[in-house]
Design a protein around this ligand. Structure first.
Ligand SMILES: C[S@@+](CC[C@H](N)C(=O)[O-])C[C@H]1O[C@@H](n2cnc3c(N)ncnc32)[C@H](O)[C@@H]1O
Length: 285
């Protein structure tokens, strides 16, 4: 696939007139992200334009969505392919799934823990986490797309889950109290934040001493070509906003995290973007 195919849909409508990401203010970038994920929440296909993580063109590059799928992958069987136990989950929780890994599986959650999911989307990771932490624990999700928050709330109602809470907000300025969280998880979201340093400073602030962060995200093994980085569709598609793996870990260390490391990776895509599991801990006082 070439860039023109990413930027033009089958009707020949091209997005070359769009402003470049490097010319946009952070709030303008976030508005584009919000628009793209409102469409995912509403389950609207972009007809050949890859505007969100795991849309079809991105899948063929095996980036946002982990290993390259052989067959056509829907969001529902993408969750299965990533090892989610989707048994009993409402379709509406999996149809808007847009993750690039399964951070809950690796976060070794315990009964009673308080979990925070950054960019919680339609809530799939929260629902899986809620079973693990049980009634004595709690899972909080923060998302800046109202349609995603609404969808996640409806899904929780349908599942009858009461230990989850959805908060509308920006992960660069989290609506969460200091030192209140045991585990921060996130699935394919931090790449979309214009200020990743701020996200990790906030994650550090809200974690209890000894708390841990366990995310899956897209990072880069080499710099992206400028024309790829500058396209809104590659940004909202979880590639354009991704940064070099070492830079990502450095943001975590600068925020105060110990042992920041990539614990595992999935196959690289065109442009050197790959899906990684990344972990760190906030030191005990
Ligand atoms: C790729 S989707 C992932 C959703 C979910 N984690 C999943 O695995 O299905 C990205 C989500 O992050 C949210 N998001 C992106 N940037 C955000 C920010 N700065 N603050 C809060 N939410 C954000 C979007 O609204 C969207 O729901």
């Amino acid at each position: 696939m070439n860039l023109l195919e990413i930027l033009c849909n089958e009707n020949g409508d091209c997005m070359t007139e769009m402003k470049k990401v490097s010319e946009m203010e952070p709030d303008e970038i976030k508005e584009e992200v919000r628009k793209a994920y409102s469409r995912v929440a509403e389950n609207i296909s972009d007809e050949g334009i890859s505007s969100s993580c795991c849309d079809e063109p991105a899948q063929t590059q095996s980036s946002c969505c982990g290993p390259a799928p052989e067959a056509k992958v829907t969001r529902v069987n993408l969750a299965d392919a990533l090892g989610y136990d989707t048994e009993g989950m409402p379709r509406s929780a999996t149809e808007s799934f847009a993750g690039c890994g399964n951070p809950v599986a690796l976060a070794s959650l315990k009964e009673g823990e308080v979990v925070l999911d950054l960019g919680s989307g339609a809530g799939l990771d929260m629902f899986v986490a809620s079973k693990k932490v049980g009634d004595t624990g709690k899972v909080i999700g923060v998302d800046m797309t109202p349609a995603m928050i609404e969808k996640a709330k409806k899904n929780a109602e349908e599942l009858g889950i009461s230990n989850v809470e959805f908060r509308f907000g920006d992960i660069e300025n989290m609506p969460v109290e200091d030192d209140s969280i045991d585990v921060v998880i996130s699935n394919c979201v931090i790449n979309l934040a214009p200020d990743k340093g701020k996200v990790f400073r906030e994650a550090y602030r809200v974690l209890k001493p000894g708390g841990r962060v366990m995310v899956s995200d897209i990072v880069l093994s080499k710099e992206l070509p400028k024309d790829v980085r500058d396209q809104v569709v590659t940004y909202t598609g979880c590639i354009g906003g991704a940064i070099r793996d070492e830079e990502y870990l450095q943001h975590m260390r600068d925020a105060g995290f110990r042992d920041a490391k990539i614990t595992s990776k999935a196959g690289e895509s065109l442009y050197g973007a790959y899906s990684a599991y990344i972990a760190g801990t906030k030191p005990k006082r």
